[in-house]
Structures are given as C-alpha cells and as structure tokens.
Design a protein. Structure first.
Ligand SMILES: NC(=O)c1ccc[n+]([C@@H]2O[C@H](COP(=O)([O-])OP(=O)(O)OC[C@H]3O[C@@H](n4cnc5c(N)ncnc54)[C@H](OP(=O)(O)O)[C@@H]3O)[C@@H](O)[C@H]2O)c1
Length: 304
C-alpha cells in the first residue's frame, strides 16, 4: 500500500505517488469515464489518493471530464485529494477573444478560475490550489490576495505554486496568510534542474515536499532515440534483479523519491497496467551507489 505523507508541517496529507490527469483526453481508447473509473479504483486499491489536474489540461476540458467521472459514484470525490492549478490562458475554441497565450495570476482571475474548477469538478472544496506558473506581470501582493481569500472562504484547503524559482517562491510566501505547501516542479532522470538550481534545497529548508511532474520525462526515458535513455535502459537491466525485477520506470520513480527533499512523483500514464506497476517503485530503496549509478548513466559521465 502506498504510504501517505504530509506535504508540509501543517499541510495536507497526500499519497506518496500522485496520479496526474494532463493526458486524460489524449488517447481515444482511454478517454472515457468507464476506463477512467477503472484507473481511479485501481488508484484507491493501491493507496494512490491524490489527483493532480489543472484548469488548462486538455485545453480546459480535463477538469470537466474528471468531475463528470467522479460524480458517477456518490462519495468517490471524497476518497481523493484534488490538486488543481490556475493561471495559464491560451487562445482556444472556448475563448476566441484570447489572441495571445498569457499568464494571469491577479486576485480576481485566481478566484474566478478556482470557482470554475469547483463547479467543473463538482465539489465544494479543492484540497490544494497551485499557481501554475509565475506571472511576471502580477505582484506577489495581488496573487496572495486571491489565494488568501480562497483559503479564508474554505474554497481551497491549501495553496502552493508550480514552476516557481527560489526567489519567486520566497516572495509570494512572504505575502501569504498560510505558508505555501509545495512547489510542483519538473524533475526526472532527464531533467535534474531542481537539484542544481536550489528549488529542491529550498523545499528541504522549509520542510515542504516538492511534487515532481513528468517523472519519466514525458516518456523520453523510454525513447530509444534518446541517448541517455539507452544508457539508462542498460543500467536498469544491470540493477533489475537486485531490486526484485524492477523496470526502468520503477527505478526512475524510486530515484526521484530517494532525494532528501522527498518529492512526490506525479504518474502520467493512461494505461491501467502501467499505473498498477508504478506502485512497486514506492518499495524500492536505492543504495547510494545505485542512485549515483543512475545519475551517471543519465549524464553520460561520472560525478565532477
Ligand atoms: N505543473 C506543471 O507545469 C506540469 C507540467 C506537466 C505535467 N504535470 C503533471 O505531471 C503529470 C505527469 O506528467 P507526464 O504525463 O509528462 O508524466 P511522465 O510519466 O513523464 O510521462 C507520461 C508519458 O510517458 C508514457 N509512458 C509512461 N510509462 C511508460 C512506459 N513504461 N513506457 C513507455 N512510455 C511510458 C505515457 O504513455 P502511456 O499513457 O501510453 O503509458 C505518457 O505518454 C501530468 O499528468 C500532470 O498532472 C504538471
């Protein structure tokens, strides 16, 4: 059973692995409620109780699809923690008025987006609302005003950010009535920026856990055309027997989880069998030399 962890000292308790919804409408064979219900029940059986979505996913259609599916079974929504995000606006069929893709994290926009998410998801609370990306044109006071209002009204239970650098995180955090509980960042064997740019260290300092998006580098980790993926495949084959027959994707999740900032990987597959297979990764405790061995295979060189 996947364990539960606190995202921050007074923050929400989430499952150690999170199920991501970004690609829910990408695959015609799985983008129906019957298939999604099977995956949601598989999540619950495994102990994966946290779902990650966003206003913009599926060009503003995934939240609605998720909400419709959750509503099919009374009480199903309450079995999950729902993370959603706001702040990215792109031209699309729904919004022919938009001409330029832009960020908007003004107080009024954040509140309006969160209220729309509540409606589409068919719920009266969001467990965690994230500002999806930093908006260079909005002050921290302004963004915090929107988040603080939603927190006060109980429409969101906690607030966080995504893709913020260390300074942007500090700034917004300094304006919050309740501390931000996470920074959701891209982190994988093929995208190690968080361990070099200070974001993972900041999480440790503040005792918050990052959420790791695209933990398999959007599938590039398995792409034979990617040289690092070839090296990692060979390394995974070498390590597999030692870790109970673990596959590259399972070792890749375990590699992320082993970092001392204790990231929560967000699983991106639409395939039931792959979703079920991820659970094994939570039981893998990589030995130090194996963690560095995977780092080495990814980088194509030894440590400096
Ligand atoms: N905050 C942000 O800015 C941000 C940005 C991006 C994503 N996210 C979140 O992170 C979640 C995960 O991101 P992601 O979907 O990019 O995750 P990912 O795990 O890095 O990539 C998922 C992709 O890899 C494929 N895949 C998975 N396992 C595979 C395997 N064993 N062999 C070959 N291909 C495999 C999947 O295809 P199949 O479906 O066919 O398995 C899918 O296309 C999203 O759902 C979203 O919630 C957040």
């Amino acid at each position: 059973m996947i364990s539960r962890v606190s995202l921050s000292p007074n923050g929400p308790a989430f499952s150690r692995l999170v199920y991501g919804t970004w690609r829910f409408l990408d695959d015609a064979t799985t983008s129906n409620s019957a298939d999604l219900l099977k995956r949601l029940h598989a999540c619950l059986d495994l102990g994966i109780t946290t779902l990650d979505t966003a206003e913009i996913y599926g060009l503003y259609r995934v939240e609605e699809f998720l909400g419709q599916t959750l509503r099919l079974e009374p009480g199903l929504r309450e079995k999950f923690e729902i993370v959603t995000k706001s702040g990215i606006y792109v031209p699309c069929d729904f919004h022919p008025d938009r001409k330029v893709a832009h960020y908007n994290t003004t107080a009024a926009r954040i509140v309006k987006s969160a209220e729309k998410s509540l409606r589409l998801l068919g719920t009266d609370y969001i467990d965690l609302l994230l500002v999806h990306r930093p908006d260079w044109l909005t002050s921290a006071d302004e963004t915090a005003e929107g988040l603080n209002k939603l927190l006060k009204e109980g429409k969101i239970r906690s607030a966080g950010v995504s893709n913020y650098n260390v300074h942007q995180f500090d700034l917004l955090n300094s304006r919050m009535d309740q501390p931000l509980v996470t920074n959701q960042i891209e982190f994988s064997l093929l995208h190690m920026d968080p361990i070099y740019d200070g974001t993972a260290d900041q999480c440790q300092k503040l005792r918050i856990k990052p959420m790791a998006w695209s933990p398999l580098a959007k599938g590039a980790l398995m792409d034979p055309a990617v040289p690092a993926a070839g090296r990692l495949k060979a390394k995974a084959q070498e390590l597999s027997a030692k870790y109970g027959g673990a596959t590259l994707d399972q070792l890749a999740y375990a590699w992320i989880m082993a970092h001392p900032s204790q990231p929560l990987p967000i699983i991106g597959t639409n395939k039931l069998e792959r979703l079920i297979a991820t659970a094994k990764s939570a039981d893998i405790v990589l030995e130090r030399e194996d963690w560095y061995g995977l780092w080495e295979a990814a980088q194509g060189c030894s440590i400096p």
